[in-house]
Design a protein around this ligand. Sequence first.
Ligand code: KIV
Length: 267
Amino acid sequence: MTINVRDLRKWKTEGKNFTMLTAYDYTTARWLDRAGIPLLLVGDSLGMTMLGYSDTLSVTMDDMVRHAGAVVRGAPNALVIGDMPFMAYHASAEDAIHNAGRFLQEARVQAVKMEGGGRVIEYTKQLTSMGIPVMGHLGLTPTFVNQFGGYRVQGRSDEAAEQILEDAKALEQSGAFAVVLEGIPSPLGQRVTEALTVPTIGIGAGPHCDAQVLVIQDVLGLNPDHVAKFVRQYAKLGEAIEAAAKQFDQDVRNGAFPTPEHEYSAR
Ligand code: KIV
């Protein structure tokens, strides 16, 4: 069954928790779709996970559209969301419309995500009025890393918490179908979740959000570096890859592979 944005509001009404995972390629998207993950986010975190950058700022729309198209082709059932990268909507509403349009037209995603409040609230209204569903993203928004002076929990002071709450309400008012809450205190995650009729999707925002999202490399144990405290690893695929590659290398060097049964034959 193909998931659509209306399903999310229904799940919120029913009090049903759900999941989103990031995906950046066709093969992984196929497995996640088979697993029944309802939402796949082609996050600009692909800058780190796929392209080896130290942050998301160098990611371009061309990068995003290429990867998003691959995920869409691999996931016929999930709702696929394209993450608008840095500078895709920062200069003007025209950029926001053009680039969100590229996501839907070229990659065939069903929705886009933008970080922040401020002008993004107005862009959300404009995009949704053109039939482009928008997911909001507040809190520790990674493209603001320089403004924040690092990856720090946001919304700690009363004033900052109120701002996040107000932005979330404004995004909902403007037509956002869901709001990602990243790196905020758990009580604030709960307040925002209770204040909205659309679902909140948390990452490091506590257990009260309507949904949870994680980066797929973290979930699968594919990230050999530091893993954030809010992550749970559900597999150790990195270690499995290393062991398999070592075994292949050893077998070839020892003459244990290939053997006659591995000879190429037309099927
Ligand atoms: O780019 C990304 O992966 C994200 C999620 C962590 C929400 O924005």
